[in-house]
Design a protein around this ligand. Structure first.
Ligand code: KG4
Ligand code: ZN
Length: 343
């Protein structure tokens, strides 16, 4: 079975083709991605209307690229999957509209996928795929959640952020340090040359006993510190970046360990854009070695938004029977859609 996946929830157009056989782990045949980062950079963040228009321009050429790379023809596609939400409404509508049009034209089933389920299942495309059950640390631009995952469609929310997401903490801190958009990777790059202990920044909710997160206070502390430094900020920027990153990583690692301890599970899956952060990976590697835990990640290029994870999630939902293929081509999108509402 060949599943075409289309992702258009935010500022990346992603298309991919995944091949699935029964309950075996599906494999990626080809993928293609267009990032809108350059286009939005001038505005310091994503402009939703520009995002939608660019998705329209990119999605069909990317689909042709994916088919050419995989050696498959459009008629070989068995299922068309798209991101149904959460995300920007107009951007989501592009992927949904194209997917349903392709499905109708080809007379193939179409399946709307939850973006976060895509992130969650993306490590199954890696060379070291996890096994159920596991704890998932989902750290994207808009979400920071810890989840217990017992199988496809079996997600129990254990804790989440009560304000900003970890990705937002990276992005907002980077912005007020003048690092532009998207801030996460820029801040991480700068942090390499900084001292993570140079500034004492808060670790919100570190000892709260539950699995919730809060990063809004950290952003305020970074702003206060930056103002205090004034003209001294420039030469100390790497130190401030490293200290900010250390505070975020510290909280993510500690809460993940607590979730594993409380559940008695030994396997952690990290997914979402912040999962690309090397400092987070190094810190998790250290505790994993100490506590005999296994940590799984998506391949680096599949940490941020992509079409492969959407095709993958669709393939796994169909294979596990939680979803049946339908030939209904009327569609809606869900800009707000808690993963806990997904069956
Ligand atoms: O999952 P994702 O691509 O998009 C959403 O679904 O939101 O995540 C994007 C987030 C952004 O906040 C970005 O700054 C962050 O992931 N990010 C990083 C890194 N790469 C991406 N944060 C820290 N370090 C990185 N290397
Ligand atoms: Zn995402």
């Amino acid at each position: 079975m060949l599943v075409l996946g289309i992702e258009s929830s935010c500022d990346e157009t992603g298309v991919a083709l995944v091949e699935a056989h029964g309950t075996a782990v599906p494999v990626l045949r080809a993928d293609a991605l267009h990032s809108q980062i350059e286009m939005h950079q001038a505005y310091g963040g994503v402009v939703p209307e520009l995002a939608s228009r660019d998705h329209i321009r990119r999605v069909l050429p990317l689909t042709e690229t994916v088919l050419a790379r995989s050696g498959a023809a459009l008629r070989d596609v068995d299922v068309v999957a798209y991101t149904r939400g959460p995300g920007l409404a107009g951007a989501l509508l592009v992927g949904a509209g194209i997917a349903c049009a392709l499905g109708a034209a080809l007379d193939r089933p179409v399946l709307g996928v939850h973006h976060l389920e895509g992130h969650l299942l993306s490590p199954f495309l890696s060379s070291d795929p996890p096994e159920f059950p596991f704890i998932a640390l989902l750290v994207s631009g808009g979400h920071t959640q810890l989840m217990r995952v017992d199988g496809v469609g079996h997600y129990v929310l254990l804790g989440e952020t009560i304000d900003d997401a970890a990705g937002e903490a990276f992005d907002k801190s980077a912005k007020l340090m003048g690092l532009g958009y998207p801030g996460g990777p820029a801040l991480a790059r700068l942090a390499v040359d900084g001292n993570p202990e140079a500034f004492k920044l808060p670790r919100p909710l570190l000892h709260s006993g539950d699995l919730d997160f809060s990063f809004a206070g950290l952003k305020t502390a970074v702003l206060t510190q930056a103002k205090k430094l004034g003209a001294e900020l420039e030469p100390r920027k790497a130190d401030l970046a490293a200290s900010t990153q250390a505070a975020i990583v510290d909280v993510l690692v500690r809460k993940s360990v607590t979730a594993l301890e409380q559940s008695g599970l030994k396997r952690l899956v990290v997914a979402g854009g912040v999962g690309a952060n090397q400092s987070l990976r190094a810190a998790l590697g250290t505790v994993a070695a100490k506590r005999r835990l296994r940590v799984h990640y998506p391949e680096l290029q599949l940490c941020t938004d992509n079409g492969a994870m959407i095709a993958m999630a669709a393939a796994m939902r169909l294979a596990s029977g939680v979803e049946a293929p339908t030939r209904s081509y009327s569609f809606d999108v869900k800009p707000r859609w808690p993963l806990s509402q997904l069956r």
